[in-house]
Write a protein that binds this ligand. Structure first.
Ligand code: FES
Length: 610
């Protein structure tokens, strides 16, 4: 900092600039070359230049701040940059929504691939304030303004939404953003506030959430949390058992996951610099048990044979009925599911990967604790799905030194004549091995003869030693590990991976047999899921996790279910497409298929080396 200047640090951009005392933050941003949105040019009338003060002394809030920001937002440090002078070094957080975006960026990603047709739109209105000669109610006044400025439509609002109107309208001088889903008003906000949508992929282990601009399709924030229901069991069965065996079990599990979603919404809104009242629509996908538990639907019938859902159609429910803290009248759209084992997340995966639109025979594999597979036969206009119990081994569970994909996890392995080479996440000292590392390690152990095609560890191979239960192979010795002990792959670990990969490979083979599909017909294999995107495909083929199909290209698409959820959030057309996917998707219960057990046993072996 110079003698008579203050240093302003703009985060998360990481730009710093020295400015004279009393400079306002919009000016400081300009000097730093940051494109802060300022539609009114710094007059304090557009409300677009919102920032959050993280530390330092600034001027007190003025009327313009109070017009656009609630008391809670002011208390949490939010300010209009153009109305805020600096009195010391200041650290500022600039939300994505306050940045001027490059037009090309705005239409990239999801927005480029689809037309936006959001369920909720924002309407800017200005209404005259009440006088002794104009005694219309607050809501009538707003509806009259809507009709004059945006056309007649039988506008209406529920009491829960009206409740938020009166104080806000007086604070903003009767200039408002009205959010409406066709003719139903779902929320009010200060003028200039864009409609925001929340999409979530509700997984058994993790919840991924996104905030999206409903007008441009731009993703404003993304984050993930662990599913807090994990305290009631790691898998869906134990959670369903809890829900059915305890009096309030179902309500308790619903409450816990709703709290988790609210925490995610709060964190995302902060990250994006938007208010929770701006979040006017949500789209949630998840496996059938997860969506049932969120909606507090009965799950007993889902947990016992023949495992049927209470409902499989798409649902629109009020966010407030799920205690989700969004706009007062916002809806949550839950995508349809195919059946007990093939949930809305699978439908979203098909949507997000465009599997249903391929012009040739193609397969989508979403690898997780349960792996769902869909096979498309475009000529027969059918999609057929199956679910395999692949278990959590690829997430590092039930593996001696297994761990999730985080710092220090071994993610890639090579065995050469000189020994074992490893690569860890963030290049940190190895502390364990994550899913992609385990698949790599097993593939390399097989290629170099440490294990045979039955998965038996060769006691003579270099790097192999005996432990109390059998043999194990040293991936990283104690001298280089971050834990001070050897990191190993045991015989039990190899067997665990054989079970997991056998479940997936035999699931796909059985699906092919049941649909009369020859291996050479399949032209594309889409590998989805967080684990699937880090997987080394050569290793997956080498151990037979995926079959070698002569005419197929293999494509990794990341979290396609999350992409599908965002697409359905942004477009009513995509919701209709999801409904069609659900209607045309058949389900095959693998265990009832002839030869499934023998296929499973054969799939546990490692394939011939090519
Ligand atoms: Fe318009 Fe600050 S630039 S309110």
């Amino acid at each position: 900092m110079g003698e008579s200047t203050f240093e302003i640090d703009f985060e998360p951009i990481g730009k710093r600039v020295d400015v004279a005392p009393g400079t306002n933050l919009l000016e400081a941003a300009r000097q730093a070359g940051i494109g802060l949105a300022s539609v009114c040019g710094g007059e304090g009338t557009c409300g677009r230049c919102r920032v959050t003060i993280m530390s330092g002394e600034v001027s007190a809030p003025v009327d313009a701040d109070r017009r656009f920001l609630s008391q809670l937002e002011l208390t949490s440090g939010q300010r209009l940059a153009c109305r805020c002078q600096v009195h010391s070094d200041v650290k500022v957080q600039v939300p994505k929504a306050s940045l001027v975006t490059d037009q090309r960026l705005q239409v990239s990603g999801v927005a480029r691939q689809m037309q936006i047709e959001a369920a909720v739109h924002a309407y800017e209105i200005e209404a005259p304030e009440p006088t002794l000669h104009d005694l219309r109610s607050d809501l009538d006044r707003i509806i009259d303004a809507l009709e004059t400025m945006h056309g007649r439509r039988k506008w209406f609002a529920e009491p829960a939404v009206v409740r938020t109107l009166s104080a806000l309208a007086r604070r903003t001088g009767w200039r408002l953003t009205v959010y409406a889903r066709h003719n139903e008003i779902v929320g009010f906000e200060a003028p200039g506030r864009k409609p925001i949508g929340f999409a979530a992929d509700l997984g058994t282990t993790k919840i991924a959430g996104y905030l999206v601009d409903l007008e441009t399709g731009e993703e404003l924030a993304a984050s993930g949390i662990m599913n807090p229901q994990i305290g009631y069991g790691e898998d869906v069965i134990s959670r369903m058992v809890h829900a059915t065996r305890h009096d309030d079990g179902s309500a308790e599990l619903a409450r816990v996951v709703r709290e988790g979603l609210n925490n995610l919404i709060i964190a995302l809104a902060f990250q994006a610099g938007v208010s929770q009242e701006q979040i006017v629509e949500a789209c949630i996908v998840g496996n059938t048990a997860m969506t049932h538990l969120l909606l507090d639907l009965p799950v007993h019938q889902l947990s016992v044979s023949p495992f049927v859902a209470a409902t499989s159609t798409a649902l629109d429910v009020k966010a407030r009925d799920l205690q989700l803290e969004m706009a007062a009248g916002a809806y949550v759209h839950v995508l349809p599911c195919v059946g007990g084992f093939v949930g809305a997340d699978h439908v979203a995966m098909i949507l997000g990967s465009d599997l249903d639109r391929k012009p040739y025979v193609a397969v989508g594999v979403d690898i997780g604790t349960n792996t769902e597979i869909a096979l498309l036969k475009p000529n027969e206009k059918t999609l057929t799905s199956a679910s395999c119990a692949s278990g959590p081994a690829f997430e590092g569970a039930h593996i001696r030194d297994g761990m999730r994909a985080s710092t220090g996890a071994i993610e890639a392995v090579k065995i050469t004549a000189t020994g074992v080479q490893i690569k860890t996440i963030d290049n940190a000292p190895p502390v364990g091995v994550c899913g992609s590392g385990i698949v790599d390690a097993i593939a390399e152990m097989y290629r170099s003869g440490v294990i045979n095609n039955r998965g038996r560890i060769n006691r003579e191979a270099p790097g192999v030693r005996k432990n109390e239960k059998g043999y194990e192979f040293i991936l990283a010795p104690a001298e280089i590990s971050g834990t001070g002990r050897d990191i190993v792959i045991t015989q039990a670990d190899v067997n665990e991976i054989q079970l997991a990969k056998g479940a997936i490979a035999s699931g796909l083979e059985t699906l092919m047999a049941a649909t009369g599909t020859a291996p050479e017909e399949i032209q594309e294999v889409i590998v989805a899921g967080a684990f699937g995107s880090y997987l080394n495909l050569d290793s997956a083929l080498a151990i037979g996790l995926l079959p070698r199909l002569p005419n197929a290209k293999y494509v990794q698409v990341g979290n396609a279910a999350g992409v599908g959820a965002k697409m359905a959030l942004l477009s009513l057309k995509e919701r209709r497409r999801a409904q069609q996917i659900m209607q045309r998707t058949g389900y095959i219960e693998l265990t009832t298929q002839p030869d499934f057990n023998s296929r499973f046993a054969m799939s546990m072996l490692f394939p011939k080396q090519s």
